[in-house]
Ligand binder design. Structure first.
Ligand code: ATP
Length: 278
């Protein structure tokens, strides 16, 4: 559904993307994980026609993003990092305007908006001004807006940034529901738990390059299963173990107290890049 071949993007002399290759299957929930500045938003902006690629090729559902721009754009909806709703219009009006942009007829728009508002649980808020909504509601509205033209692909650029843990989990449930309806999902995040919980495959992006790509389980398995963190001067050093018993024996032999935890994607990212995702 998404094919990226040797994609480069430069801003003057700065190389933001340095040869990205990716194939994402129909219906897959794929996470693009990397620290600030890794190139996540740049990739989405190129794939959704908001920025031009410097070299390489990319296709959405077989349509070249630059040579068949209009068709390619129709394949996807995007939830940008910054909420760009019209705050002075109602929930309904925000969706209606977006439907008009896709040349949907009034009857079709009305039906789709009704369905989407139920889907994202905003049906009681239809006539509220956007500025009266909470952050989580606004995020759900932006997701509904991205789905108005029934795209095959949904791009989510850090969809839960700035939301509290409860609201974040609600958005995760919504994302899973959208995938279960057959939509391919390309998600960028620097929340480890988000990628672990949602994604079937994860790419680690670091300084414009993909350094690893696999299932979360396989990415994590290289580090063992259990970890303990130790404060060492002003840094945290981590020791990894294959078995819980092994880790517990290690702890029993130490003077200080340690917290035992499961290995996560942050450990895998750190091992590959020497940096943390957050
Ligand atoms: P974040 O998690 O902070 O959103 P990101 O992984 O999405 O980061 P990008 O926004 O894609 O990263 O930026 C990648 C690099 O490209 C950064 O170093 C950024 O400063 C640079 N960059 C992005 N847009 C431009 C631009 N229009 N002009 C110059 N440099 C840019």
């Amino acid at each position: 559904m998404i094919r990226i071949e040797d994609l480069y993007k430069s801003y003057n002399n700065f190389h933001a993307l340095k040869g990205i290759n990716l194939h994402i299957a129909k219906g897959e929930l794929f996470a693009y994980l990397g620290p600030n500045g890794a190139g996540k938003t740049t990739t989405i902006r190129i794939l959704t026609g908001l920025a031009r690629l410097t070299s390489g090729n990319a296709y959405l559902n077989g349509f070249h993003i630059e040579q068949e721009k209009r068709k390619a754009k129709e394949q996807s909806g995007v939830v940008p990092q910054l909420i760009n709703l019209d705050q002075e219009l109602t929930v309904f009006e925000n969706l209606d305007i977006h439907g008009r942009l896709f040349q949907m007829r009034a009857k079709e728009r009305g039906k789709k908006i009704h369905k989407l508002l139920g889907y994202v649980e905003l049906d009681q808020r239809k006539d509220n001004l956007v500025k009266q909504l909470s952050g989580g509601m606004k995020r759900r509205l932006v997701i509904a807006r991205a789905l108005i033209h029934s795209p095959r692909i949904l791009f989510l650029d850090e969809p839960t940034v700035g939301l509290d843990a409860n609201i974040r989990r609600r958005i995760w449930a919504l994302i899973k529901k959208i995938q279960q309806s057959g939509t391919t999902i390309f998600l960028t995040t620097h929340y480890i738990e988000e990628a672990e919980f949602l994604a079937e495959r994860v790419a680690f992006l670091n300084e414009g390059r993909i350094v690893a790509i696999d299932t979360p389980q396989r990415l994590m398995s290289g580090q063992g299963t259990w970890a303990i963190d130790r404060v060492d001067d002003d840094d945290i050093k981590t020791v990894y173990f294959k078995a819980r018993e092994e880790a517990k024996q290690f702890i029993a032999m130490q003077q200080e107290s340690f917290t035992l935890r499961r290995v996560n994607l942050e450990d895998a990212f750190l091992a590959l890049t020497g940096k943390k995702v957050k």
